[in-house]
Design a binder for this molecule. Structure first.
Ligand SMILES: *[C@@H]1O[C@H](CO)[C@@H](O)[C@H](O)[C@H]1NC(C)=O
Ligand SMILES: *[C@@H]1O[C@H](CO)[C@@H](O)[C@H](O)[C@H]1NC(C)=O
Ligand SMILES: *[C@@H]1O[C@H](CO)[C@@H](O)[C@H](O)[C@H]1NC(C)=O
Ligand SMILES: *[C@@H]1O[C@H](CO)[C@@H](O)[C@H](O)[C@H]1NC(C)=O
Ligand SMILES: *[C@@H]1O[C@H](CO)[C@@H](O)[C@H](O)[C@H]1NC(C)=O
Ligand SMILES: *[C@@H]1O[C@H](CO)[C@@H](O)[C@H](O)[C@H]1NC(C)=O
Ligand SMILES: *[C@@H]1O[C@H](CO)[C@@H](O)[C@H](O)[C@H]1NC(C)=O
Ligand SMILES: *[C@@H]1O[C@H](CO)[C@@H](O)[C@H](O)[C@H]1NC(C)=O
Ligand SMILES: *[C@@H]1O[C@H](CO)[C@@H](O)[C@H](O)[C@H]1NC(C)=O
Ligand SMILES: *[C@@H]1O[C@H](CO)[C@@H](O)[C@H](O)[C@H]1NC(C)=O
Length: 782
């Protein structure tokens, strides 16, 4: 609660006390501030509301004389309380600065030092009057009395009665009780109806949330409201109260309320009794009573622990506080870390921190976890829980101790008893030689890791999500880059895409926009139209599975957003459009050799999804529009894994609606189980299109050619395949092979179709291809 003591010429409080029906008349009355008015920290320092309860103007920075901020505060009580601050991240101003309602209709701060005025209200239209209302709202009006701008719509850390936190709006606490700059936490009214508190980091995601109203899926326009009796609740578009945070109190004259997110990350409802002498703000309700709950309360390499409800941030063993008495400064090692020096492990029970492990050992024991960390030069600490050992590097953040948590933390420290037989690596034999070897191996590993780290450096550095994972079941130290997709906030995606400006594609599952990441990498941002209405967690798990698929013939998923009701996916950007764009455009058509390369690329991508992923993925929608071409015209499959996220019936119905019937395997229409062979069928159709450079259905062609599959089989039976490629010069043997592969793929009976592995071997020409059977059921197949 930011308060200050400021002597006014006449105390307003008695005036307020005498005006008994303060709240009833509050809305009607307003002061009239006209163009040309000005304020200065000394002299007339604020504009009051008619009742005198609220004021807009200069307020002094706590504990620093001669420094002021501009804001709205409760002026009518001895404990002056700030409820809004302008340009909170700018430095405070000096006594010589003035606030001016200038002739252009803007409220500006005129500095004695700088020539440029700085705007207080970021409105482009010019106002003709302003008013400090008794509700605590400072408003700018145009000449017709229409509201142009109001502090109620640009809250900082406080919500007043009748003020609404509307969808998409955030409250940020101050850094401390005395510093109003944007602090380490945020409260957002999300587009999915959920009111959530996050650690204010960039980008923040679900894993950084520490409080939520759990009103997920209650509509896309839910708002947080506070009424005059201290009733804090969520309301949907139709004005229905959908969730009570507080019940509200019996109306009491002279009682005022406000909701504020404090610098410790907890938001609280306060009350103040105007009628009582020397009253103080009382906490009526708080979002949590556990002051270690806010994620990131403590700095790096320390952890939050409650001492009699008071949070403390002790450093990890072997670490010292960077700046004494400053929680946020974090801790650092009190020695210069030596790679692979003589180390020991310290144990912290019930303690954990953010999981950004580079290495996970599963089905292990505490003892093995300790040993593994000791033996790995990169391991600075490990978290052990439920037979999993997660190894991490520094810094460790969001640490906390919680007796309800069974995690055990192991922290590597210098071994004070290095000569003792308990020291690590106490192996029989020539210890010194072994030691030397270990150092060499460690250095080698460190160099390898350094090189990979540099490759992915920007990524890792920016987002702290880089991690390496050992491939389980493979004894050798095989590392594999594993950069999990990032969770973006909606605001970030808006920024990345410049407000979803440049649309580059539109498909059945959503619209795609072009964007760029902070590091300049171009991305395609896809807004999904239809997604499972199930929990975020499921979606996120799925995203992680899909995000872990890495193959040169799959479009990489870089991130996603869960913040709004519509899910958003971020992919790498493919500059050459889709296969459909080049294949069906006579000016861009690739030649035969290129086309065969494309067919093999697609087959490899599908093979990976079917056989080589952690979980088998059936694409369900292989078609030229979903195959994208990068700048080297290398084909990559996109939208894979989307099928897993969609409801099964959705997948089915939208394939029907879309008019891509030609690619759909017959089992879809027969209510048979869908297997990987459905993708094989679709691939066969795409392969025919690649060979013939035309769509599978083309009503503009002569009757017998409209359905590509039928026509191809006719030509195949008549031994007249060259008709299919018209005047293109093509190796006849190769053409026949390709046609045969495609005809095998599009057989009606799923079990007769070859596996993708077989298909690839056939395309590569390494196996004999038998004559395909007569697919007489073509007509029923499409
Ligand atoms: C505010 O004052 C201006 C002139 O000073 C006047 O024209 C205007 O009508 C007043 N507005 C209100 C709401 O009193
Ligand atoms: C303060 O404002 C009043 C009118 O509101 C004016 O009469 C007075 O001169 C002003 N004082 C200073 C120091 O500007
Ligand atoms: C501000 O000053 C008050 C006394 O005037 C003191 O109790 C408080 O600790 C100070 N706060 C800071 C952050 O210096
Ligand atoms: C304010 O102005 C006066 C006179 O112009 C000057 O003496 C003083 O140093 C200035 N104060 C600040 C904080 O700039
Ligand atoms: C608002 O909530 C009520 C009650 O839950 C519900 O009947 C109504 O459909 C909701 N309105 C919207 C727009 O979601
Ligand atoms: C959102 O809901 C509020 C009421 O809670 C309503 O006043 C406002 O018009 C709604 N906005 C939209 C865009 O529907
Ligand atoms: C919220 O509380 C009010 C009484 O203050 C009650 O009438 C209403 O039904 C409650 N709404 C919900 C959603 O619990
Ligand atoms: C309230 O003020 C009275 C004197 O006016 C004083 O005796 C009393 O201790 C004060 N109460 C509190 C809680 O500060
Ligand atoms: C590091 O800290 C530990 C415990 O806090 C202490 O025993 C040790 O002497 C310190 N080492 C150095 C080099 O300061
Ligand atoms: C605490 O440390 C942080 C980070 O080092 C710094 O930004 C902040 O100003 C410090 N706060 C105080 C009160 O010293």
């Amino acid at each position: 609660m930011q308060r200050f003591h400021f002597l006014f010429k006449h105390s307003i409080i008695f005036f307020i006390l005498s005006s008994g029906c303060l709240t009833a008349t509050a809305k009607q009355r307003r002061s009239n501030i006209s163009i040309g008015s000005s304020l200065s920290p000394i002299g007339n320092s604020s504009w009051r509301s008619p009742s005198g309860l609220y004021a807009f103007g200069f307020y002094p920075q706590s504990n620093v004389s001669g420094r002021y901020y501009v804001g709205v505060f409760l002026a009518g009580i001895p404990e002056k309380t700030v409820v809004w601050t302008a340009n909170r991240d700018d430095p405070p101003v000096s006594t010589n600065d003035t606030l001016l309602f200038n002739s252009e209709g803007s409220i500006v701060l005129r500095s004695s030092q700088q020539s440029q005025d700085s705007l207080i209200a970021d409105d482009s239209q010019s106002a003709s009057s302003a008013s400090m209302l008794d509700s605590g709202n400072f408003v700018l009006y145009d000449s017709n009395g229409k509201t142009l701008w109001q502090t109620f719509e640009h809250p900082t850390d406080t919500l007043l009665p009748n003020q609404r936190l509307s969808v998409g709006t955030k409250l940020f606490p101050g850094i401390s009780e005395t510093n109003p700059s944007t602090g380490k936490f945020l409260l957002i009214m999300q587009g999915d109806g959920n009111l959530v508190q996050y650690a204010n980091i960039n980008p923040y995601g679900t894993q950084h949330a520490y409080w939520a109203s759990n009103t997920y899926n209650k509509g896309d326009n839910v708002s947080l409201n506070l009424d005059e009796n201290g009733h804090l609740f969520l309301m949907n578009t139709t004005g229905v109260n959908i969730f009570n945070l507080t019940g509200g109190e019996n109306p009491t004259k002279g009682m005022i309320y406000l909701m504020k997110i404090d610098s410790d990350g907890i938001f609280r409802l306060y009350s103040y009794n105007l009628r009582r002498q020397n009253s103080t703000w009382q906490v009526v309700w708080e979002s949590t009573s556990d002051r270690c709950d806010p994620i990131g309360f403590c700095g790096f390499n320390s952890f939050c622990v409650l001492n009699d409800q008071i949070p403390d941030c002790p450093c990890l063993p072997g670490f010292v506080q960077i700046s004494q008495g400053n929680f946020t400064s974090g801790c650092e090692r009190n020695y210069t870390a030596e790679i692979c020096g003589n180390k020991a492990i310290r144990e912290l029970k019930n303690t954990k921190w953010e999981d950004v492990s580079y290495y996970v050992l599963s089905e292990t024991t505490e003892e093995k976890c300790k040993q593994a960390c000791l033996e790995d030069c990169n391991c600075e600490a490990a978290l052990f829980k439920e037979e999993e050992c997660k190894m991490q590097r520094l810094p460790l953040r969001f640490g906390r101790r919680n007796l309800r948590d069974s995690s055990i933390a192991f922290v590597k420290v210098d071994d004070a008893t290095s000569s003792s037989p308990q020291a690590p690596f106490s192996v029989e034999g020539n210890k010194k030689e072994l030691w030397k070897d270990i150092v060499i191996i460690c250095l080698f590993v460190a160099v390898v890791i350094l090189i990979s780290a540099v490759t992915f450096g920007i990524f890792i550095y920016r987002y702290h999500v880089g991690s390496y994972r050992r491939i389980p079941g493979n004894g050798s130290a095989r590392y594999c880059e594993d950069i999990a997709p990032l969770s973006f906030s909606y605001a970030e995606l808006e920024k990345m895409t410049d407000g979803f400006k440049e649309e580059v594609g539109r498909g059945s599952s959503g619209t795609v926009y072009k964007g760029a990441m902070i590091n300049g990498q171009l991305v395609a941002v896809k807004r999904l139209e239809k997604v499972l209405a199930e929990g975020e967690r499921e979606f996120q798990t799925e995203m992680k599975v899909i995000g872990r698929t890495h193959h040169r013939n799959l479009v990489r998923l870089l991130g996603y957003s869960l913040e709004v009701s519509k899910k958003i996916l971020v992919y790498e950007y493919m500059s050459n459009g889709s296969l459909a764009d080049i294949l069906f455009n006579p000016e861009k058509q690739p030649n035969w050799v290129e086309r065969m390369g494309i067919a093999r690329d697609i087959a490899r991508g599908i093979l990976y999804l079917h056989d080589e992923c952690e979980t088998q993925i059936i694409h369900c929608d292989i078609k030229p529009q979903n195959i994208l071409m990068d700048e080297n015209r290398c084909a990559k499959i996109s939208d894979f894994g989307l099928a897993k996220l969609m409801k099964p019936d959705q997948t089915r119905t939208f394939t029907g609606i879309r008019g891509t019937r030609g690619y759909v395997a017959p089992e879809w229409h027969r209510n048979l189980p869908i297997t990987v062979k459905a993708d094989v069928y679709s691939f066969g159709v795409v392969l025919l299109e690649i060979i013939c450079r035309r769509r599978c259905l083309d009503p503009n062609l002569p009757d017998d050619q409209v359905i590509l599959e039928e026509w191809v089989y006719q030509c195949f039976e008549n031994g007249n395949l060259s008709q299919l490629v018209e005047d293109e010069e093509v190796d006849e043997k190769q053409l026949e092979r390709m046609i045969k592969v495609a005809l095998w793929c599009i057989l009606d009976e799923p079990s007769l179709r070859p596996s993708m592995k077989k298909v690839l071997l056939m395309l590569e020409g390494t196996v004999e291809i038998p004559i395909p059977p007569n697919p007489t059921s073509f007509l029923s197949a499409i």
